[in-house]
Design a protein around this ligand. Structure first.
Ligand SMILES: [Zn+2]
Length: 453
């Protein structure tokens, strides 16, 4: 046995993925990853995801290290297998991730890569909505990229959805580098969460990617006011609910409701970054409330710990403007879909499996519903708890859900309405499919058979 019994329980969702297994998990536990970021708050997301996934040694290079002791304590509480500390540029590791604004990444990438043995480096440059992600395997191309970034304007942003997603995708890439699962195709993933566009650029299209990325100027009217008045219910405080709640908390949503009746188990901790080892056995909603209040004491958090059912769903969602489905089963998805349809509330929906994810946004009377998409899903066909989930994949999808919520509240950008996003973490690619309302849908079709909850 490569892992202890406790570890086998903790990483079970990884162990059942053929590309990881016990050997891969052991390799991750023996691996070192460097996180290079501007400040402690920015590196919180990758530090928690790398730790959740069991990357054994995390070294942080920070421009501003204030508050890092508290983050390190949180990381060790999330996973006692992990060691985390500050380091200098001379530290060696299996992989390095660098993310932030174009100016920060440009400077950090210029100094990185001077080691005798180049460390594979995952880079994410991000504005507020747009980001670019690429894995570098040699000094020259890393430095060329750093120089190309000089044309980008520096934008000082409030909470950046693009960066949160970028850091999480960096954590996915870092794990793939540690496990030798990265291909060498050198493409750049460019994304725009305001319009939900995702493009992969080839090696010779770097300049084009940088130029398109640089147009990230979005100022929204009365944004802070709209956010502080908003009331968002997140159903599920687990793998998808953790990142969605973190993003909405950091973005300054006034009231967040957390609905979850489960308690924390060891096997949740490979992906549910709001929870801690010391809270195993605690209600997830309560643990999430503790973590979120620490991140932003200014928001109101309500917890709903009863199991969501036909009897109580209307009562729970009636006080909220928007609902996030962050659940792991189809019956709750259908229930939320139907309740939101009848109560005319927008619903952000996502799902994950192994290295893959999906997301869509349902606006009542403006397009498809969940039953149009999946008329007949059966738990026995796809049960993620039996198939495994790489820890940071729900992070990517949860941040997409949060970006959708932000746009619904502020009226900005383009929603995933009548569209479904498919994420392939193994290839680091996104695809989108246009959806139509199904005229025969039993809920929103012309002759509905479901007429009440
Ligand atoms: Zn429908």
């Amino acid at each position: 046995m490569l892992l202890t019994k406790k570890q086998a329980e903790r990483y079970v969702r990884h162990l059942i993925i053929p590309e990881i297994g016990e050997t891969g998990q052991k390799k991750l536990l023996d691996s070192s990853v460097i996180i290079c970021g501007e400040n402690t708050q920015e590196i919180t997301i990758p530090a928690l995801y790398l730790a959740a996934m069991g990357v054994g040694n995390i070294f942080c290079i920070l421009s501003d290290n204030r508050g890092c002791a508290s983050l390190f304590a949180d990381v060790v509480d999330l996973n006692g297998d992990v060691k985390i500390s500050e380091a200098d540029e001379h530290r060696s590791a299996a992989c390095r991730i660098v993310a932030g604004s174009s100016r920060f990444v440009g400077e950090a990438a210029k100094t990185a890569g001077s080691e005798k043995n180049f460390i594979p480096t995952v880079v994410c440059v991000s504005g507020r909505w747009k980001g670019m992600l690429k894995v570098f395997n040699d000094t020259d191309s890393l430095h060329a990229f750093a120089s190309a970034l000089e044309v980008c304007a520096q934008i000082n942003n409030p909470f950046s959805f693009a960066l949160a997603l970028g850091w999480t995708a960096c954590a996915v890439e870092a794990v793939k580098v540690c496990l030798n699962l990265c291909d060498e195709n050198n493409k750049i993933l460019a994304y725009d969460l305001l319009h939900m566009n995702f493009v992969s650029y080839g090696e010779n299209e770097q300049e084009r990617a940088v130029n398109e990325f640089c147009g990230d100027f979005v100022v929204l009217n009365n944004e802070a006011e709209k956010l502080s008045e908003a009331r968002v219910l997140i159903v599920g405080a687990g793998g998808l609910g953790s990142p969605a709640a973190i993003a909405l908390t950091r973005a300054g949503i006034g009231t967040i409701g957390l609905a979850d009746s489960d308690i924390i188990e060891a096997s949740n901790l490979n992906r549910q970054i709001l929870h801690r080892e010391s809270r195993i056995g605690m209600l997830k909603a309560e643990s999430a409330r503790l973590s979120l209040s620490k991140m932003n004491p200014g928001i109101r958090i309500n917890t709903h710990v009863e199991y969501l059912s036909r009897e109580n769903v209307n009562e729970i969602i009636k006080d909220y403007d928007i609902v996030v489905a962050a659940v792991d089963n189809f019956s709750t998805r259908y229930l939320l879909n139907d309740a939101c349809f009848f109560m005319k509330k927008p619903l952000a929906e996502a799902g994950v499996l192994k290295f893959d994810g999906t997301a869509t946004t349902i606006i009542p009377e403006q397009g498809h519903c969940y039953r149009c998409l999946y008329p007949n899903l059966n738990e026995r066909l796809i049960n993620p708890t039996e198939k495994g989930i790489l820890g940071a994949i729900p992070g990517v999808m949860g941040f997409i859900e949060a970006a959708e919520i932000f746009k619904i509240i502020t009226g900005a950008g383009t929603l995933l309405k009548n569209k479904i996003i498919l994420f392939d973490g193994m290839d680091m690619e996104f695809d989108s499919i246009d959806m139509d309302k199904d005229p025969d849908c039993p809920l929103c079709g012309s002759n509905p058979t479901i007429t009440r909850i």
